[in-house]
Design a protein around this ligand. Structure first.
Ligand code: NAD
Length: 454
């Protein structure tokens, strides 16, 4: 579902016109296809200092079959680069950043279409020296700025690798691979924190969820249906949940991917018990729950009545508390296993607020609050809790927005286009992977680096 302008600007006369007039052209984004190589072409890896994380990154990229060359100030590149990784985790003073500037300049000039930049840093909160913390925090400003300077579908993202995890390449692999791959086509300018975690060996990076049971709510259409497809592609046994009124489309989605359909209103008092029963019927426990079901009832705050207020908070947030409570009870058959995954769907409205959406923004900001708190509570059980915060995604929900507002929402981001539901599905699948054991309490924006909600 490529939008009309993106199509026009990339074909025939439209392409010629936008080139001649120097108009910004939304790029056709490379998206993941089953079995696709991690990157198409070679990667350049550079570092400040000894580059402990850079060594892990090099090994991870080489294991995918791609070539790695050095990214240094004097490097010249005979071929276009597909990706650049720069390990700045050892930078402790502002002068160190000159090494990053010198090395990244030539590498970024050589970066090809849909190129990837991943900067690696140390979480500033872990450093006591103010200049060291400032130097590391500077990486966020640099990465976010480079996201806005990337061309032709390129993205720039930042991995904060906790000091305790810097020698551990297993914990780095899934997050690094996500940011390097085309699964993160619509994620740019975003930081993700990686901590220590128990990461199992990954046999097949194309089927990371093989044999896992996942429940996805709101799966009859839009983003939820796409999450279900991505999970099935990744090897998961999916239980797709939606309201009885959406039963027909829910069955279609489920049948297409060999999933089980469960007609259920997530606000029902016994929703958690019914989900657990459906899981138990398949045998075994639950590995992943994705709380995607959501509604909007937009009105200016002063015109928002109790029903609009309450229904949005109930569907988008309260239901998750009730369901999680049941699924997290170790006595419940079909409940969430230790080492499992809880993934919420927030929104950039919940980060930046949105006119006419105080109820929706409350619910989505609440999802973020829940993720941060619950991730700490469940760390001892190795259950990770994360959320995605989508920006403008092309779905039936956003198709209802008046045309002028819609066009603004769609273009006001570094990639100059709306995201596709699959982009949200890919980000959620990344959180769900066993390899993401070191990633918890994170909120990842899938928004093309939108200026809205900033
Ligand atoms: P959508 O309206 O197309 O789909 C939502 C699905 O949730 C529907 O199938 C609906 O029947 C189901 N649902 C609603 N209430 C339910 C309930 N009580 N019980 C069970 N299922 C229920 O919306 P979408 O655009 O696919 O959005 C999916 C999620 O992503 C929502 O949480 C939404 O808030 C969030 N989101 C969407 C966008 C966007 O641009 N589309 C942006 C940010 C966040």
């Amino acid at each position: 579902m490529t939008d009309a302008l993106t199509k026009f600007a990339n074909e025939g006369i439209g392409k010629t016109l936008t080139t001649k007039l120097g108009l910004p052209r939304p790029a056709l984004l490379r998206r993941y296809k089953d079995g696709q190589d991690l990157i198409e072409g070679q990667a350049a890896v550079g570092a400040i200092g000894s580059g402990m994380v850079a060594k892990s990154a090099t090994a991870i990229i080489k294991a995918s079959g791609a070539d790695v060359v050095a990214a240094q100030a004097d490097s010249t590149y005979a071929d276009k680069l597909a990706a650049v990784v720069f390990d700045a985790s050892a930078a402790r003073g502002l002068d160190d950043l000159e090494q990053l500037r010198g090395a990244l300049g030539p590498a970024l000039k050589a970066l090809g279409k849909n190129g990837r930049l991943v900067v690696i840093g140390t979480p500033p909160a872990e450093l006591t020296d103010p200049e060291a913390a400032a130097t590391q925090q500077a990486l966020e400003g640099i990465t976010r700025s480079l996201g806005k300077e990337m061309r032709a579908g390129g993205t720039a993202n930042l991995l904060w690798v906790a000091l305790e995890a810097q020698g551990d390449s297993a914990v780095l692999a899934a997050p690094l691979r996500f940011f390097l791959s085309s699964r993160s086509a619509y994620v740019s300018g975003q930081p993700v924190l990686v901590r220590e975690g128990e990461v199992p060996d990954v046999d097949d990076w194309h089927k990371p969820l093989l044999g896992e049971t996942a429940v996805i709510t709101g799966a009859a259409r839009g983003i939820g249906a796409e999450i279900a497809k991505v999970f099935a592609r990744a090897g998961a046994k999916v239980i797709a949940v939606d309201i009885p009124a959406a039963g027909d489309s829910l069955s279609k989605v489920a049948n297409n991917i060999g999933a089980t359909a469960l007609q259920l209103d997530v606000t029902a008092a016994d929703a958690g018990e019914r989900i657990a029963a459906a899981v138990a019927q398949q045998g075994g426990g639950l590995d992943i729950i994705v709380h995607n079901a959501g509604i909007t009832r937009d009105k200016l705050f002063v015109n928002t009545d109790e029903a609009r207020w309450g229904s949005v908070l109930n569907v988008n947030l309260q239901s998750q508390f009730r369901i999680n409570k049941v699924l997290l009870d170790p006595k419940v058959k079909g409940g969430l296993k230790d080492g499992g995954r809880i993934i919420g769907v927030a929104s950039i409205s919940g980060i930046g607020g949105n006119r006419g959406q105080s109820n929706y923004a409350a619910s989505k900001a609440g999802v973020i609050g829940m993720v941060r708190s619950l991730s700490q509570e469940l760390a001892a059980r190795r259950i990770t809790v994360n959320a995605v915060a989508p920006g403008f995604i092309e779905t039936e929900m956003t198709a209802k927005i008046p045309v002028a507002t819609r066009e603004v929402g769609r273009r006001l981001n570094s990639l100059l286009q709306g995201g596709q539901p699959i982009d949200v599905g890919e980000a959620i699948a990344f959180f769900a992977e066993p390899g993401s054991a070191g990633v918890t309490g994170q909120v990842l924006r899938v928004c093309g680096q939108s200026q809205l909600g900033a």
